[in-house]
Each structure stands twice: as structure tokens, then as C-alpha cells.
Design a protein around this ligand. Structure first.
Ligand SMILES: *[C@@H]1O[C@H](CO)[C@@H](O)[C@H](O)[C@H]1NC(C)=O
Ligand SMILES: *[C@@H]1O[C@H](CO)[C@@H](O)[C@H](O)[C@H]1NC(C)=O
Ligand SMILES: *[C@@H]1O[C@H](CO)[C@@H](O)[C@H](O)[C@H]1NC(C)=O
Ligand SMILES: *[C@@H]1O[C@H](CO)[C@@H](O)[C@H](O)[C@H]1NC(C)=O
Ligand SMILES: *[C@@H]1O[C@H](CO)[C@@H](O)[C@H](O)[C@H]1NC(C)=O
Ligand SMILES: *[C@@H]1O[C@H](CO)[C@@H](O)[C@H](O)[C@H]1NC(C)=O
Ligand SMILES: *[C@@H]1O[C@H](CO)[C@@H](O)[C@H](O)[C@H]1NC(C)=O
Length: 573
């Protein structure tokens, strides 16, 4: 009897222990590897205990990705809020490379997901605040946006429902709030609630209400090495706000941590009541020179006792916390954020969710398995190349370029290219791309050299966006005659955290591979793309010539290999 009692007692006590407050487990950051800045996340019990996050997408299209997870470490690409050019025609306006969709906030309320975000044009500063909604977060059919008035003319909108039913929007810099009407988009005269602790760029606000306090979490210091997250609270949403005595709440500034620029955070609770923060971070070390993946999303556990200020761990590559049980059974059919690609472009298939265009594409330039070319992606040439020229019109010309994010420190990427150019300067190839002014390309290009027109292999660095970097010379060699009857495999390998190698080979004779060039990842770090991260992909162009020959890409492979978790320490990706 005693034994039985003991067993029963153990069962009654142990089961709640296990299911209510998960035991600490180790995990690695980033949780959303690759270009995924300004994370905002929320936990939705009504969707079978699923976490949802969004990150900034700038000029990428489809834009404003939504990721979903049940265990905080395996994140599936669920949908994009921006999938129809008609939702935001301005995204085709010409402008600078760091424009477009900036930081968002995602929240769930009464059956609806709300995603509030802003569209920025640098030379015409009038941030446009957009509120997208859906009841189907795993479908690419988010609403057309409600445009919310933006009397503070500012960025980084937060949306917050108060207990009295009022809905507030907060924007930066210096934190302003307005009451908003989410049906009409009307916003009241903005009211300044907090300037932050005095550092520059107080931005990225998020509001939470807990134990009778309004908590306001913001980013400060700028999104570079001085980046922090700071916290304030008040019993009245209009203030006055009292700063957290331990501010900055979260930062890695003035440390030699591998993960730098930590800031722009958001907070949420899991099913067991544990609190978590997500933030952006850059795997650069304090040198902050080589960081091709830009700003990524990290997860940090925190404790938040009733009426107290929260206490949070420091961001590191190897972290531990009370994670929910591992569970990859997330709805939807998108890939997981750390997964590779094995794309064969089968007839009847659609564009894989993880593939991106640079601004909304001219769709006529792309076709999957067109007649006579099954299992290929046909890219017809754009007039402009990846760099384009001063008369480039994104809406009219388009860029014939499609890519995916670099998500691992080291990786292999390759495609097979069938391309029979006839006119001078026709070109098709692959690239590691940060912006139109910073990319490293390997292509087949038809060149008139030595008095005759012939296809060549060309490796070339565009680094005008990174003025402190002297680009290595291009390497151009005639495409060997013996290769011309078959496709060419173009390969990019990130061999270590700071270097890319490019090679070409006839597909049936890989041993004949020609090494075309090796370039530093510094070329695609910072410069004209301070907020973005590298993508790898394929392009075709006439280089402003008369050519119209399409390129056929097949067997698209992206294989993540290793992730750096601290300087020089790698784990399998
Ligand atoms: C979105 O797609 C889902 C699933 O197909 C459908 O049930 C829903 O009605 C769609 N919503 C809109 C707004 O089109
Ligand atoms: C923010 O700073 C401005 C300029 O110093 C000051 O006028 C304003 O009162 C401050 N606002 C708050 C909410 O602290
Ligand atoms: C970071 O802060 C230090 C000390 O205040 C300052 O000297 C430096 O210019 C700041 N750097 C940036 C990029 O803001
Ligand atoms: C031009 O011809 C020479 C000799 O045949 C060859 O070595 C060279 O690679 C060619 N140059 C180009 C750019 O095709
Ligand atoms: C180039 O170097 C100078 C001097 O070190 C520095 O002030 C500047 O910010 C750098 N520019 C870029 C785009 O990195
Ligand atoms: C890109 O095209 C422009 C003409 O539009 C040309 O001047 C430039 O050299 C081209 N760049 C490359 C790398 O071919
Ligand atoms: C592009 O081609 C047009 C028409 O031939 C020409 O007028 C223009 O100068 C070219 N642009 C560049 C950048 O070479």
C-alpha cells in the first residue's frame, strides 16, 4: 500500500512538474538564422500552442515573413503578409537598397492575427504605416493593408490593446503613442511617452501590460555595436514612465561576445508561463567587419516575478532555458528556417515559399517547367544586370533575379545552367548578393574577345556599395568547347565564416571543375546594406544589349553545413 501510495503521489506531483515548468534544455542561437532582423513574436494558445514571429524584409518580395513554431527552436516559414504587388505598389519605386518594409509587430486577438509595419522611402521620409490581418496565418492570403495615419511621421509601429478596449499604436524615434481605429486607420494626435535613457535612436517600441503596469520595451543606441534594449514602466499608459534601474535591460555592447548588436527585442510567454525574449543580433564579434548574414533573430529566457522588473540572460550562441518539448509538427507546408533546398522545379509546381525577388518581380521573366523544358526554372533576361544603371526602373525593367537567404555560416549552393547565348553580353549565373551595389557573381557570358563572340565563364565582384573594400579583379576564361553541349554546374561554397569560393564544371564531368575565384565575406557585409543580409541565387541579363535568350536553371541545391556559435566554434547546421 505504501509503495502504491508513493507511486500515486509521485505521479500526481511529477506530471504537473514536467508539463507546467519545462526543465532547462540547451539550444543554439540564432533561432531564425540568416537575414531576420527586428523580430516580433507572439504565442497563440488558440492555434494549438503555436508561436508566431515576423522579421523585416526591406525590398525582398514576397515580404514580411511569418514563421511558426511549437518548440521555439524549429521554425517553419508559415506565410508572408505581403504577397500581392497590389498590396503596396510603392515597393516598386526606385530608391535605395535599405528601403522597404521595416520593423513590424505581430499580435493575435479574438481569432485574428494583426501585423502592423511600415514602408520606408529614404529620400522621401513619410513612413507609411500598414496594418495587415488574417485568420489563416499559414496561407499567403493576408488582407490588403489598412493604412494607419502617421501624424508623428515615424517608424517601428507597435499595436497594443488596453483593457478598456482602446487600441494604441506606438512609433519611434522617441516613443509616441496614438489611439488608433483599426477599421478606418484614423490615429489621434501623438503623445510622447518616453525618450529612452538618453542614448540615440530610441526605437522599436513594444508595450505589455502586467501586474497593473504598462511596460515599454525599446531599442536604443542605433542598430550597430552600441545597440541595447531598454525598459520603462508606468501605471498610466500616458506616463510618466520610470526607467528600469538596471538599464540597458539587454545588450552585448562593450563585450567581446561573438553575438553583437543585440537589441530591438520583443517579449512573450509560453504555454507553461515561462517568459522569453527575442532580439536581433549579429554574428560578428566586436570587430564587426565580417557578418554577411547581417542581423539574425536570437532567443533568450527571462524571469518575470509579479510586480518586479524582469531579469534576463545574456545573448550567446549556446543558451539554455525551459523550452517546450521538441515538436516539429507545425502546420503549413513551408520549409523550416534552417532547412536546405533540393529544388527540381517539377512541372505544375509553384515557386517555393523561401525564394525571394528583389522588389516585386516582373513575373513574365520567370517560369517553372516551361514547354519543352521540364524540371527547370526559366529566367528570361532583364535589360539591367544585378547592379543596374541610372535609368533602371524597377517596375518596368525588373531584375531577373531569384534567391534564398544564406542561413548557415558555411554552405554549398549549386545550380545546373543550360544557356545558349547568341548576342553579345548575354549573361546568366549565380550570385552571393547583399545589395545591388555589393554582390559576387559567377556567370556564363557571351563576350566578343579576340575578335569573335563566344561564351565565357566570368567571376566578378561588385563592391561599389562598400567603398573601403577594393574589389579583386574579375576572372574571365573562355567556356571550354568540350563543355558546350551540356549544362554547366555553377557552385558557391562558403568554406569558412569569412570566405566564398566559386567554381564551374560540366555536369557530367565534375572533375573538370574550374576554380573561378575566392572572395571575402566582408564584400557583402555592411556598406550599402547595413540592415540586410546575404541571399544566394540565380540571374539572367542582357546587360542592356539586344539579347533575349532565356537561361534554364535546374537542380537548385542549397546545403547548410555549419553554424558558428562563438568565434571559431562550429556546430553542424
Ligand atoms: C485564405 O485561404 C484559406 C484557406 O484556403 C481560406 O479558407 C480563406 O477564406 C482565405 N481567406 C481570404 C481572405 O481569402
Ligand atoms: C523628451 O525630450 C524632450 C526634449 O528634451 C522633452 O521636451 C520632453 O519633455 C521629453 N519627453 C519625455 C516624455 O520625457
Ligand atoms: C558607441 O558609443 C561610443 C561611446 O559612447 C561612441 O563613442 C561611438 O561613437 C558609438 N558608436 C556608434 C556607432 O554609435
Ligand atoms: C584570347 O585568346 C587567348 C589566346 O587564344 C586566350 O589565352 C585568352 O584566354 C583569350 N581571352 C579571352 C578573354 O577570351
Ligand atoms: C570607411 O572607412 C572610414 C575610415 O575608417 C570610416 O569612417 C567609414 O565609416 C568607412 N565606410 C564604410 C562604408 O564602411
Ligand atoms: C551592368 O550593365 C551596365 C549597363 O547597363 C554596364 O555598364 C555594366 O558594365 C554591367 N555590369 C556588368 C558586371 O556587366
Ligand atoms: C543602354 O542602351 C541604350 C540603348 O542602346 C543606350 O542609349 C544607353 O546609353 C545604354 N545604357 C548604358 C548604361 O550603357
Amino acid at each position: 500500500m505504501l509503495v502504491l501510495c508513493n507511486i500515486i503521489w509521485a505521479c500526481i506531483t511529477l506530471i504537473p512538474l514536467v508539463s507546467c515548468s519545462n526543465r532547462d534544455k540547451t539550444y543554439t542561437n540564432p533561432i531564425l538564422p540568416g537575414w531576420n532582423s527586428d523580430p516580433s513574436c507572439t504565442f497563440v494558445k488558440e492555434w494549438d500552442d503555436t508561436f508566431f514571429c515576423t522579421t523585416s524584409s526591406f525590398l525582398a518580395f514576397p515580404g514580411v515573413p511569418i514563421y511558426a513554431s511549437k518548440d521555439l527552436t524549429n521554425w517553419r516559414l508559415a506565410s508572408h503578409a505581403l504577397t500581392r504587388p497590389s498590396q503596396l505598389p510603392e515597393l516598386c519605386n526606385p530608391g535605395q537598397q535599405m528601403e522597404g518594409m521595416w520593423a513590424s509587430t505581430i499580435r493575435y486577438r479574438d481569432g485574428t492575427f494583426y501585423l502592423i509595419t511600415s514602408y520606408i522611402q529614404w529620400n522621401d521620409w513619410a513612413p507609411k504605416i500598414l496594418l495587415f490581418t488574417t485568420k489563416h496565418p499559414f496561407e499567403d492570403n493576408w488582407s490588403d493593408p489598412v493604412v494607419i495615419e502617421n501624424p508623428a511621421n515615424d517608424i517601428d509601429p507597435d499595436i497594443f490593446w488596453d483593457d478598456d478596449g482602446k487600441i494604441y499604436m506606438a512609433v519611434a524615434a522617441g516613443i509616441w503613442i496614438s489611439e488608433i481605429n483599426i477599421e478606418t486607420g484614423a490615429a489621434t494626435e501623438p503623445f510622447k511617452v518616453w525618450n529612452g535613457t538618453g542614448d540615440r535612436n530610441p526605437e522599436g517600441p513594444h508595450f505589455y501590460k502586467k501586474d497593473g503596469y504598462y511596460y515599454l520595451l525599446i531599442g536604443e543606441g542605433g542598430t550597430e555595436l552600441n545597440h541595447t534594449a531598454t525598459l520603462a514602466r508606468s501605471k498610466d499608459i500616458r506616463g510618466p514612465y520610470e526607467g528600469y534601474p538596471g538599464n540597458p535591460f539587454l545588450t552585448n555592447k562593450n563585450t567581446d561576445e561573438y553575438f553583437q548588436t543585440v537589441g530591438h527585442a520583443d517579449l512573450f510567454q509560453d504555454a507553461s508561463g515561462n517568459w522569453w525574449a527575442v532580439a536581433l543580433a549579429t554574428r560578428s564579434g566586436p570587430a564587426w567587419e565580417v557578418y554577411p548574414m547581417g542581423r539574425e533573430t536570437v532567443l533568450v529566457p527571462m524571469k518575470w516575478e509579479k510586480g518586479e522588473w524582469p531579469v534576463i540572460d545574456q545573448v550567446r550562441g549556446k543558451q539554455s532555458g525551459p523550452l517546450p518539448p521538441t515538436n516539429k509538427r507545425v502546420k503549413g507546408n513551408g520549409p523550416f528556417a534552417d532547412e536546405g533546398d533540393e529544388l527540381n522545379f517539377a512541372p505544375g509546381s509553384s515557386f517555393p515559399k523561401q525564394l525571394l525577388f528583389w522588389r516585386p518581380p516582373r513575373t513574365s521573366l520567370f517560369a517553372i517547367s516551361p514547354p519543352g523544358h521540364p524540371n527547370t526554372l526559366r529566367i528570361s533576361p532583364s535589360r539591367v544586370n544585378l547592379t543596374a544603371d541610372t535609368v533602371y526602373n524597377p517596375a518596368g525593367d525588373g531584375i531577373a533575379f531569384i534567391a534564398r537567404k544564406q542561413t548557415a555560416t558555411t554552405f554549398d549552393y549549386s545550380v545546373e545552367l543550360s544557356f545558349q547565348p547568341t548576342q553579345a553580353d548575354e549573361e546568366a549565373g549565380v550570385t552571393v548578393f547583399l545589395t545591388q551595389m555589393q554582390h559576387i557573381d559567377l556567370s556564363v557570358i557571351n563576350l566578343a574577345t579576340n575578335g569573335s563572340l563566344a561564351p565565357h565563364l566570368r567571376w566578378r565582384v561588385e563592391a561599389v556599395g562598400n567603398p573601403n573594400y577594393t574589389a579583386p579583379e574579375a576572372n574571365t576564361v573562355p567556356l571550354p568547347k568540350s563543355w558546350r553541349a551540356q549544362p554547366v554546374r555553377l557552385s558557391i561554397e562558403a568554406t569558412e565564416d569569412s570566405q566564398y569560393s566559386f567554381s564551374a564544371a560540366p555536369v557530367s564531368r565534375p572533375k573538370e571543375a574550374i576554380s573561378m575565384g575566392t572572395a571575402s565575406a566582408e564584400i557583402v557585409s555592411g556598406g550599402s546594406g547595413p540592415f540586410t543580409g546575404t541571399i544566394v541565387g540565380a540571374f539572367a541579363t542582357s546587360n542592356n544589349g539586344t539579347g533575349t535568350t532565356p537561361a534554364y536553371f535546374s537542380r537548385w541545391r542549397y546545403t547548410p553545413k555549419k553554424q558558428a556559435v562563438t568565434a571559431g566554434v562550429f556546430i553542424p547546421a
